[in-house]
Write a protein that binds this ligand. Structure first.
Ligand SMILES: Cc1cc2nc3c(=O)[nH]c(=O)nc-3n(C[C@H](O)[C@H](O)[C@H](O)COP(=O)(O)OP(=O)(O)OC[C@H]3O[C@@H](n4cnc5c(N)ncnc54)[C@H](O)[C@@H]3O)c2cc1C
Length: 470
């Protein structure tokens, strides 16, 4: 029986993927639920400034530049010659608008109240919501914090929302720059670097570390770097930015090594900061770390047992997909519903051009852990569908245990990598072996056929070992 002393059984702060799914899950269980967010942020960072706009922009870039068709129709093929920011944004705004409507209608259909404004704690069970000149005090038996993150801005850099921008500011550029410095070769930085390079911008990537995307398969990262260099991207690894000067027309980025890089625009992608500073966490008995993150236990419970935190505000892996499941599970734990833990095989999708996706372990990890494996590779150019879609560089790699024949890792590079990955993830998750892929008929012609080719490659190698006779 829910406690009538409170306005709500569950109050969710933040309407991003984590918050939304927590609210819907609680509503489906029959509880009284409200979600708080700012008017222009319904759907969260995911819908408004992060995942959805960046992925729509990417589709618009691939379509308008005709990039994926150049192998078939020649290097000069282009759907539109003078691509403008308006061309790109038209599609983005359309999709973002639709997605906001989907979120609103899902909340409405499930009888979840949407409270507009910024929330802050006034006690462990109470928050005040302020916005549009109004102030409301709300109480709840349980609270989920899903406030996400904002781009971290280094204090020594002056951002001017035009020439020196972060991943939010990139969405309001007035023109496609001729040249750009991207500081930070993390996932977001390298995704945008590849999009602008595809548009014809001369991109220089500056990264403090010696390598990029070091958690991915090194062969895949090499292929990506090859492609980006082919699009005139220059990499400056092991380099630190000392200062960025803003002139009337352009910028100059000075590196600690003394190099000076002129560019029309600088995009900083220097990590993200948890959105907890406006929450007055102390009033609820909570604290955040220096990066604004809140720690939780395996049930997404904070140190105050009826307050949960989900999504990017709790840190790694900071992905929309994971945030959704964390939200759903937090709501189930809040109401004592049985809930399974998330499967430990998590997919990673990196929407560079070309795309990367993987799950399980890399060759480097397996070698470091002294776990024997055999690798099987399928190249898209060997697949009929690869030829049809004009992708000659894509590849899929399976890492297989020679003793159990279980799949230890799947690494995909190229067209539809993020979608294709899920076949391998499902086989791994269900404990299947490489033989399942050999013995299964797959549609033809498809890119999924890469699994069959890679599986046959592995099993042929394994057979050779098995037949070895001293
Ligand atoms: C450029 C970019 C590209 C990305 N691409 C991908 C991708 O391809 N795939 C993927 O899985 N993930 C991607 N991500 C990550 C993904 O967007 C996040 O993991 C996801 O949005 C996190 O969801 P969340 O539930 O933590 O809430 P968020 O989406 O971060 O939203 C939090 C919400 O809380 C609100 N809020 C904050 N403070 C308050 C307050 N005090 N009161 C009321 N409301 C508040 C904010 O306004 C915001 O709407 C990307 C991120 C970025 C920045």
């Amino acid at each position: 029986m829910d406690d009538p002393e409170y306005d709500y059984d569950l109050l969710v702060i933040g309407s991003g993927p984590g918050g939304q799914k927590a609210a819907i899950a609680a509503a489906k269980l029959g509880h009284r639920v409200a979600v708080v967010d700012r008017r222009d942020m319904i759907g969260g960072v995911c819908v408004n400034t992060g995942t959805i706009p960046s992925k729509t922009l990417r589709e618009a870039v691939i379509y308008l530049t005709g990039l994926s068709m150049k192998e078939l129709y020649g290097q000069s093929y282009r759907v539109k010659h003078d691509i403008t920011v308006q061309d790109l944004l038209a599609r983005t705004q359309h999709v973002v608008g639709r997605e906001v409507e989907v979120v609103r209608s899902q909340l409405f259909r499930n009888h979840v109240d949407l409270v507009v404004g910024t929330a802050r704690f006034t006690g462990p069970h109470t928050v005040v919501v302020e916005g549009s000149g109004e102030r409301r005090q709300l109480s709840a038996a349980n609270i989920v914090i899903g406030t996400g993150t904002r781009p971290a801005r280094p204090p020594h850099v002056e951002f001017d929302d035009g020439r020196v921008v972060d991943s939010d500011g990139i969405l309001s550029l007035e023109r496609i720059p001729d040249s750009m410095v991207v500081v930070g070769a993390g996932v977001v930085g390298i995704e945008y670097a590849s999009m602008f390079a595809a548009l014809g911008t001369r991109v220089t990537v500056v990264e403090r570390r010696e390598r990029m995307l070091e958690f991915c398969d090194p062969e895949v990262v090499e292929s990506l770097k090859f492609h980006l260099r082919d699009l005139s991207v220059a990499f400056r690894f092991g380099e630190e930015v000392e200062k960025v000067e803003i002139g009337r027309q352009s910028t100059v980025t000075t590196l600690a090594s003394g190099k000076r890089i002129p560019a029309e625009t600088v995009m900083y992608s220097a990590g993200r900061q948890g959105m907890t500073d406006e929450l007055d966490l102390e009033a609820a008995g909570l604290t955040a770390d220096a990066r604004g993150r809140i720690s939780v236990d395996g049930q997404y419970r904070t140190s105050v047992p009826h307050i949960f935190a989900v999504g990017d505000v709790i840190g790694f892996p900071a992905l929309a997909a994971t945030s959704m499941d964390q939200g759903r599970l937090a709501a189930q734990h809040a109401f004592g519903e049985p809930a399974n833990e998330l499967h430990d095989i998590q997919p990673i999708g990196i929407y560079t051009i070309p795309e990367i996706s993987y799950c399980g372990r890399t060759e480097v990890e397996l070698t470091e852990a002294a776990v024997p494996y055999e690798a099987g590779i399928a190249r898209y150019r060997e697949l009929a569908r690869g030829q049809i879609v004009g992708d000659s560089y894509g590849m899929l790699k399976l890492l297989v245990s020679p003793s159990t024949r279980h799949i230890l890792g799947v690494h995909v590079f190229g067209t539809n990598a993020a979608d294709l990955l899920h076949i391998g993830q499902a086989v791994m998750g269900c404990g299947g072996t490489v033989d399942y892929l050999v013995d299964t008929v797959l549609n033809y012609p498809t890119l999924s056929e890469a699994y069959k080719v890679a599986a046959l490659d592995v099993t042929n190698k394994l057979r050779e070992l098995e037949r070895f006779d001293l």
